[in-house]
Design a protein around this ligand. Sequence first.
Ligand code: PDD
Length: 277
Amino acid sequence: EYVIVDGEVLDRTEAKVDIEDRGYQFGDGVYEVIRVYNGKMFTGIEHLKRLAESAEKIRMKLPYSPEELLSRMEELISKNELDTGTVYMQFTRGTSPRNHVFPGGNVAPTFVAYTRKVARPVDPMEKGVRAILDEDIRWLRCDIKSLNLLGNLLSKQKAAEAGCFEAILHRGETVTEGSHSNISIVKDGVIITHQADNHILNGITRQKVLEICRNEGIPFEERAYTLDELSSADEVFSSGTTVEVMPVVEVAGKPVGNGQPGTVTRKLQTLFKTEIE
Ligand code: PDD
């Protein structure tokens, strides 16, 4: 199994990161997860452009362009002979003596990337999944795909302990997103999904779904919606790189609609599948 550390392709057993890496000590860095289908990255450049944007938002300069990174990832995928899975990459602000202040310009970011075999979640996509509700206690820059995921982890762990797939997060009455995916609802045939602002990560899958809606004439609204709207929705679905378009059939112990994946969600799944083939 090959990995990339600071631009070098190494065997995983030889990869090393310093104990004073700022990612390790502060979560001071950004990351991306890209889906690989049939050996090819899906929406790779979109993910890598978002990575560059996340880096810029935390005032970090990446030593590679999205296009350069794309070819490095292609190289890694082919070296590992990955067919269906994910490629993970992260950049931290580098290694230097622990200090809250950024290190000087002579300290280069630490760049790590690796691949993993991950099957498509065919079974849950077919049957639908359950979700809990949890207060969104994260910071106010959820648009940045940062390594600081403690708020997300605490919510996801709560969901897992309740035997659920996702925690749907809300700030007071407003639903934001999931702990590791975007959450949309369907009411009277209209998809409603939180607008891309500082409260959510603007998911690449979410953007792909909206592009499909535009092309197919499926109506949608990008706006904040309430917990009441969530509980009276006809359909709820989660979207994300690894989960694709995932029907949510139960929220906080209450069935969504008739408790089965809905027709709009099904249609989106079918259209999404044609995109990845
Ligand atoms: N999670 N919102 C959050 C909080 C996420 O962590 C993710 C993705 C998404 C969906 O984004 P996208 O469609 O671009 O994957 C939304 C990734 C996969 C992860 O952390 O593993």
